[in-house]
Design a binder for this molecule. Structure first.
Ligand code: ADP
Ligand code: MG
Length: 255
């Protein structure tokens, strides 16, 4: 764990304080509730990494966040922890017809990895949340079965979501009513793998109030929006899009 923290390099951005490196804030101090902190402790995770210290409070506040930090710096938990905390708070109203949270990832391996991470946290926290992963190898009826259980969180590649929208397994209207958080994990890869059209198609169903979180290891290939935020605004590691329309709409509106 120490190595992860040491390796991470957070450069200046409007949100990153000078004293970042001496920041000793704990997960509690970032605003995470006790059961999540205990769950982390059971996984021997005691101290937030720099990107987690910056991203967690902003995501809890409801900001759209673009986070860039190198591979291995803990970006998965940086979004999963606050997103889970929000779901815990909303939980019993199970009337939604579509998932509240979509986590889009570029590869099947990452899909499995994120899925395992989120299910283990949920188990450790002993909450009733349903998580599914959608894989391109699944048949239409498998996809239908997965989504029929009304999952709270879906981890998927963009292509699978697109398939589900096309074949009606996922109702566009329900999605517009339910979706509260969209995560693009490994956004640079997501876009370089040619998923652009699938993501673009999905943006039509993203409600305005949906919180958009974009995690990336690099500032390259993330499209016009991120180029703008990473390079032009000088917010290298994190940019607030609080005053902007949802991130993904921005990402593609410029071309
Ligand atoms: P990234 O997505 O930035 O490449 P990951 O989220 O995959 O990084 O995290 C890399 C590894 O670091 C994982 O094994 C994860 O469990 C671990 N990790 C994440 N946060 C912490 C932390 N605060 N302390 C110790 N280990 C952590
Ligand atoms: Mg990652």
């Amino acid at each position: 764990a120490e190595e992860v923290v040491e390796e991470e390099h957070v450069t200046a951005g409007e949100v990153v304080e000078e004293e970042q490196d001496d920041d000793e804030r704990s997960f509690e101090e970032l605003g995470l509730e006790a059961r999540l902190v205990r769950a982390l402790s059971k996984k021997s995770i005691e101290k937030p990494t720099p990107i987690q210290r910056v991203a967690i409070p902003l995501i809890l506040e409801g900001k759209d966040v673009v986070a860039r930090a190198k591979t291995g710096s803990g970006k998965t938990l940086a979004y999963l922890l606050p997103v889970l905390q929000k779901l815990f708070a909303d939980s019993p109203s199970k009337s939604n017809l579509a998932p509240a949270v979509f986590i889009l990832v570029p590869t099947r391996e990452l899909c499995q990895q994120v899925y395992s991470e989120v299910t283990s946290l949920i188990e450790l926290c002993r909450v009733q949340l349903k998580v599914v992963q959608l894989r391109s190898t699944m048949s239409a009826s498998d996809l239908r079965t997965s989504l029929a259980g009304l999952p709270d969180i879906v981890v998927s590649t963009p292509a699978c979501v697109q398939t589900c929208l096309k074949n009606g397994t996922l109702q566009a209207k329900a999605l517009q009513e339910s979706l509260s958080v969209l995560v693009l994990d490994e956004a640079d890869l997501l876009l370089s793998y040619g998923y652009e059209d699938d993501i673009k198609a999905l943006t039509a169903y993203i409600p305005k109030r949906c919180q958009c979180l974009l995690m990336s290891a690099t500032s390259r290939s993330v499209g016009v929006c991120c180029f703008f935020f990473f390079e032009v605004t000088n917010c290298y590691d994190l940019a607030w899009l609080a005053l902007m329309p949802p991130l993904t709409r921005m990402l593609f509106s410029a071309d």
